[in-house]
Ligand binder design. Structure first.
Ligand code: SF4
Length: 463
């Protein structure tokens, strides 16, 4: 409850429950937001003692009541009814914290957190209700327009009507971002051609389409899952060629590219990562589409602006310079390494980019965000065994940690990591600017007040 708010004046306290507005049940946060936009309201609460309390409220239309809710949606989040062949949650090892196994697939969370949802587990009535709010954009996991392929991939016989629903979304004037998790041999090639062809008919409210490659952990076999393969140089190149062809079509017909490939396709194909302008505002950055390009741009710009500042840097000889270890997944190392010398000179430090191999999920998992505490410990201990000197500080990107807690996916905390290694650990935002800010803070140069924790994806996609 916000102090001095309408709810506060009414004497509402934590634990009281909002039942209805103007006699209509408040089913979720969207009902609440729509119904509260009025000058005259009748609100009904069930108070902590079980009694009902009704109040007439007169306010400006835009005024909030000042209520806060225990659950972000006001009711429980819908879990998914699919059995997707590529589901990452099915590929987790046993024994992780229970929340990591929760498969949410709730369209309403798409608006609150940016999650991608499949639209398979809501009734026509519920779909109509959410459409009526005109909330935008909607983020949808398409995977395949071919109904049979989609049903098979998602192991759900009701998953075939995706195009009807996508048409209804765009016809309602709602912007749409589409995600396609590509699995070699299942939904790329001709199936992908058909998918993009059908998506291209959605009109100008189609805001973006992105292909992201399936991630495969070492637990697929142990968890008795269908074998899948990873993208290699040849198959990733074929995907990029298809993306390029369709981009040309979209540029011709809409003057924008619309269709993008995740960074991993460029890395697997051995092709150069495009410049930021290629991504047209990075509509699917949270899906790993354009991250390297954006971070590279931030590093270039941040280095240039810091070089322009007149800051006195005491020159130290090589032995005195502190060694900063920047942690990353295997994929990000080459890109970060290309800035290592410039950063070392600017900050008068020694800088090592440490690519941590992911033993926890398997070496095929190469992104930074899925690194665990135990793999970081192992990596540093391997260096020690090889006689390599410890760094003076480790910079840890916070995408490896839970959104609201300094805890890794394997439940190790950052403090435990520090204790196990006896090395200071500084947590940074997982961006180019975040890396520069962490180095500013560590060296005391170019310092800005207060480090900002990055907004976390949580489970941004349903994969
Ligand atoms: S990939 Fe997403 S929609 Fe599919 S089973 Fe997993 S959580 Fe559900």
């Amino acid at each position: 409850m916000l102090d001095d708010s309408i709810a506060d004046e009414l004497g509402i306290v934590p634990g009281d429950i909002l039942l209805s507005i103007d006699g209509e049940e408040v089913r979720d946060i969207f009902d609440y937001r729509m119904r509260v936009m009025s000058e005259n309201l009748t609100v009904t609460f069930r108070l902590l003692d079980g009694s009902l309390f009704e109040a007439q409220i007169e306010k400006d239309e835009d005024d909030e009541l000042g209520l806060s809710f225990e659950e972000p949606l006001l009711d429980s989040c819908s879990s998914c009814h699919n059995g997707c062949v590529f589901c990452f949650i099915d590929q987790l090892p046993k024994g992780l914290r229970p929340s990591l196994y929760f498969k949410d697939d709730d369209l309403r969370m798409s608006f609150l957190t940016g999650n991608y949802v499949t639209l398979t587990n809501l009734s026509d009535e519920e779909f109509d209700r959410i459409l009526s709010y005109h909330l935008s954009p909607m983020n949808v996991s398409v995977h395949a327009a071919d109904p049979e392929v989609r049903k098979t991939m998602m192991n759900n016989r009701f998953a075939g009507n995706i195009m009807d629903r996508l048409h209804r979304i765009t016809e309602a004037g709602i912007s749409l971002n589409c995600q396609i998790v590509l699995c070699p041999g299942l939904n790329d090639g001709d199936v992908l051609e058909r998918t993009i062809s059908e998506l291209s008919s959605l009109g100008e409210n189609l805001r973006s389409i992105a292909v992201v490659p399936v991630g495969i952990t070492k637990y697929r076999e142990e968890n008795h899952l269908t074998p899948l393969s990873l993208y290699n140089r040849e198959t990733a190149s074929a995907v990029l060629d298809l993306v390029n062809r369709w981009q040309k079509y979209f540029v011709r017909t809409r003057s924008e590219r619309i269709f993008f490939a995740a960074d991993e396709f460029f890395l697997r194909a051995g092709r150069a990562i495009p410049p930021p302008s290629w991504y047209e505002g990075f509509p699917q950055l949270e899906n790993g589409v354009g991250l390297i390009s954006e971070h590279r741009h931030q590093l270039k710009a941040g280095l240039a602006s810091r070089r322009r500042k007149k800051v006195a840097i005491s020159t130290k000889n090589s032995a005195e310079r502190p060694l900063v270890m920047v942690l990353s997944g295997v994929d990000a190392k080459p890109f970060l390494n290309s800035f290592a010398d410039q950063l070392a000179v600017l900050y008068n430090i020694k800088l090592e980019v440490k690519a941590v191999v992911n033993h926890f999920f398997g070496e095929t998992i190469t992104v930074t965000g899925l690194l665990t505490g135990q793999d970081i410990v192992r990596s540093v201990e391997e260096d020690r065994c090889a006689g390599i000197k410890d760094p003076d500080v480790i910079l840890l990107p916070d995408c490896t940690l839970k959104a609201d807690e300094d805890i890794f996916l394997d439940d190790m905390t950052v403090n435990e990591l520090k204790d196990k290694l006896s090395i200071p650990v500084a947590v940074s935002r997982p961006t180019g600017e975040g890396l520069l800010e962490a180095l500013d803070e560590y060296t005391g140069l170019f310092v800005r007040k207060g480090r900002q924790r990055s907004p976390k994806r949580g489970n941004t996609s349903d994969e």
